[in-house]
Design a protein around this ligand. Structure first.
Ligand SMILES: C[S@@+](CC[C@H](N)C(=O)[O-])C[C@H]1O[C@@H](n2cnc3c(N)ncnc32)[C@H](O)[C@@H]1O
Length: 279
């Protein structure tokens, strides 16, 4: 821990930032929208008091959300609260530590997330770097901005995330989120399109943090094949869906085996995993 990361102002800022990114400040809104949609789906008149006083009517669901900070369940209630990231507490805390570590240790390279959804994980990386006075890196925001593509490989058969309209967030929305958090500047770069089209030729030279969050076997493999060699020694490779999606774990293991990577893979929470690249 450096003087900067030990300061109470830094700790208070990053804590409030993470709570805001996860929608912990206003979880009732997810319950409100979820309730109203349920009323519409079932042609039931809504109870205005239940909307206004969601906290008293929905205590059980609020408790369930609070008891699940790492986002393993409660998808509907969580997502309709429109957090800026769905990765939850443990993976955000871990990502913060990765950013702090590469800055403290002087590991060179930009930071990139492939599969950003509403942008919150890169917003955290950029905000932490800004708070620590690190000004020499770029922050890459790579996504189709149209949601997860339909599966084309046998390894992804049956993964129907492309049907989820909540996963399609236009690039201008994501850019606006960076602006709202006060971290949008010319060091934030957007790569719009499928990973297979954007990443192989992206003008990314070196990376200190690579975060793969594209769910599918194909998406995970596209990220690793295009960018792994650009990760500096001492850099972090983070795989968000390692525990949640068998296809993602399979891509990760296939890539590591093909490349003879023996750096130990460690678990962050029920789904996230990472390794630190040695020499
Ligand atoms: C689960 S979300 C990412 C969550 C995000 N990291 C967060 O912090 O909440 C998956 C994202 O990956 C994107 N995606 C998946 N496969 C892709 C591909 N092959 N090319 C481009 N974007 C892709 C989707 O558009 C979606 O935004």
């Amino acid at each position: 821990m450096t003087t900067a990361t030990a300061s109470s102002v830094y700790t208070a800022y990053t804590e409030l930032l993470k709570r805001s990114l996860m929608n912990e400040l206003n979880p009732e809104n997810g319950l409100r929208i979820s309730y109203l949609l349920e009323c519409m789906d079932t042609s039931t008149p809504y109870d205005l008091d239940r909307v206004i006083n969601a906290t008293s009517h929905e205590q059980g669901k609020l408790d369930a959300l609070a008891a699940d900070p790492n986002g393993q369940g409660n998808y509907r209630e969580r997502i309709f609260g429109f957090p800026f990231t769905m990765i939850g507490r443990a993976r955000l805390d871990h990502l913060q530590r990765c950013v702090e570590t590469v800055i403290e240790e002087g590991v060179p390279g930009d930071m990139l997330e492939a599969g950003v959804w509403r942008g919150g994980a890169v917003i955290l990386m950029k905000a932490v770097a800004d708070a620590l006075g690190d000004t020499g890196r770029r922050f890459w925001v790579a996504d189709s901005f149209r949601g997860v593509p339909p599966p084309t490989l046998e390894q992804d058969a049956g993964v129907d995330l492309y049907r989820d309209p909540c996963l399609a967030v236009p690039v201008e929305f994501v850019r606006a989120h960076f602006e709202r958090f006060g971290v949008l500047d010319d060091r934030v770069e957007f790569l719009e399109g499928l990973f297979a089209d954007t990443l192989p030729t992206a003008p990314v030279e070196q990376l200190s943090v690579l975060r793969a969050d594209g769910d599918l076997y194909e998406s995970t493999m596209d990220v690793l094949v295009s960018l792994y060699d650009k990760v500096s020694p001492g850099g972090f490779v983070i795989i968000d869906d390692y525990g949640a999606l068998e296809c993602c774990a399979r891509a990760t293991e296939d890539f590591r085996r093909e490349r003879g990577i023996t750096d130990p893979i460690e678990r962050i929470d029920w789904t996230g995993a990472f390794w630190r690249k040695s020499g």
